[in-house]
Design a protein around this ligand. Structure first.
Ligand code: CTP
Length: 417
């Protein structure tokens, strides 16, 4: 998670960021209470603008108590303060969660029949819409056309999550986790308007560490937390990309707007990455696949021997996924990024080993981490040097994994252009 709270709460003028939280009339309106709480607790000045339908789900007293401000859905309250213009004009960010099919249609067509739609028309700051509705409504050509229109105007429309919907049914249309919507809001506040330089791009990120099973209960694994891969996925969403995240054993909630494919072993990771890479404009291999796996996996639990002896485990090498997709490029124009965790050794220092790995794997960019002492694992911070096959070398200073993620996307964008 981004931990740089000072940067995220300040608007460009140095004041606290003014965030408008629009809430449309869907059952997920209750989740917006959690979004509101998290935004206010991280220091933002939040004005809640519900629709009349949202107030059927969660009443004005709740919004008012949590935001510390009066709350109205319509333009006729405090008219002398011209709220239908002022709220949008003064905002640093407008987030609508949940955004219903009706709200998307109104926003796409410029209707202004209540305080929220007026606010959307007067806002000149970044706008993030988090749709939530039934799958049929989301997939309807009318809704998809409205989403395309809004995106073409620079509105960040977050893809809904898949899962349980209001009734017994499930499918695409769930509101992403409130904490993850707040992460997108923070990212967009940090970067400001016009930062959607990954719009129209499909990117693939791998994250986490694979497990290689010895028997049904034991495995060989590694210390990768998945935090850097998560930061890459979140940053890409905030920059407008369609994101697929192949995650190996990561105990984090799905980032908002991301298609997450959960895997365990290197073989599963390989299958998902190779298949998704065919449609990706960029692939970032932040995962730590186990380099070796047991030659054989016992089908029943391996028992201790009575004589105190321990079993020997024969290992075989796993396929190198990064090298495979870089050597057998399905798309010549895709940018492929690898990571190298190096400590330096007798044969060379960290960067020399990084250069050799870049050449060996034939990827376009290699993010080199100095892991002497294990400092990077599970830490919210990272620092790196990004090496390019074209000879470039970009030092990324110590900072949040979100900052490192943006530095990596900057280099991907530079490589495309
Ligand atoms: N990688 C991969 N498949 C593997 C092992 C690694 O795709 N089986 C990718 C990682 O996702 C990372 C990069 O290769 O992007 C570098 O991984 P690293 O473990 O540092 O390099 P190795 O190939 O294992 O080289 P060595 O252990 O010799 O340093």
């Amino acid at each position: 998670m981004s931990t740089d709270s000072t940067a995220t709460t300040a608007s460009p003028s140095g004041a606290r960021s003014r965030v408008v939280l629009g809430v449309a009339g869907g059952i997920a309106a209750y989740k917006a209470c959690e979004i509101l709480r998290r935004l206010t607790e991280s220091g933002h000045d939040v004005t809640v603008v519900p629709t009349a339908a949202a107030l059927e789900f969660v009443g004005a007293p709740t919004w008012s108590a949590l935001s510390g401000k009066p709350v109205s859905a319509q333009v006729w309250d405090a008219v002398h303060e011209v709220p239908h213009v002022r709220i949008g004009q003064e905002a640093d960010l407008v987030v609508v969660a949940p955004a219903t099919a009706d709200l998307l249609a109104k926003a796409a067509h410029g209707l202004a029949d209540d305080l929220l739609t007026n606010t959307l028309l007067t806002a000149r700051c970044p706008v993030v819409l988090a749709p939530a509705m039934h799958t049929e409504m989301w997939e309807h050509p009318a809704t998809q056309a409205n989403v395309a229109t809004l995106r073409s105007r620079g509105v960040l429309v977050i893809e809904p999550a898949e899962g349980r919907l209001t009734g017994k049914d499930s499918g695409k249309g769930r509101l992403p986790e409130p904490g993850e919507i707040v992460e997108v809001a923070r990212e967009v506040l940090l970067r400001g308007r016009g930062a959607a330089d990954l719009a129209g791009r499909h990117v693939l990120v791998s994250a986490g560490g694979t497990r290689e099973y010895l028997d049904p209960v034991r495995f060989l694994g590694n210390r990768s937390s998945g935090l850097q891969g998560w930061a890459l996925a979140r940053a890409a969403v905030a920059r407008g990309a369609e994101v697929t995240l192949v995650a190996a054993n990561v105990a984090l909630p799905d980032p908002a707007g991301v298609k997450v494919v959960r895997v365990e072993t290197t073989a599963e990771l390989r299958a998902e990455v190779v298949s998704a890479a065919a449609g990706a404009d960029a692939v970032v291999m932040a995962a730590a696949p186990a380099d070796f796996r047991p030659a054989a996996q016992a089908t029943t639990k391996i028992k201790k021997a009575d004589d105190g002896s321990a079993p020997s485990i024969e290992l075989v090498q796993n396929p190198d996924i990064l090298a495979e997709i870089s050597h057998e490029r399905v798309r010549a124009d895709a940018v492929i990024v690898g990571f190298a965790a190096e400590t330096g050794d007798a044969t060379g220092d960290v960067l020399t080993l990084g250069r050799a790995k870049l050449a060996r794997k034939r990827c376009d960019l290699l993010v080199v981490n100095d892991v002497s002492g294990g400092a990077v694992f599970g830490s919210p911070e990272n620092e790196a040097v990004i090496l390019g096959a074209d000879g470039r070398s970009v030092a990324v200073p110590r900072g949040t994994k979100a900052a490192v993620a943006h530095a990596i996307w900057d280099q991907v964008v530079a490589t495309w252009s």
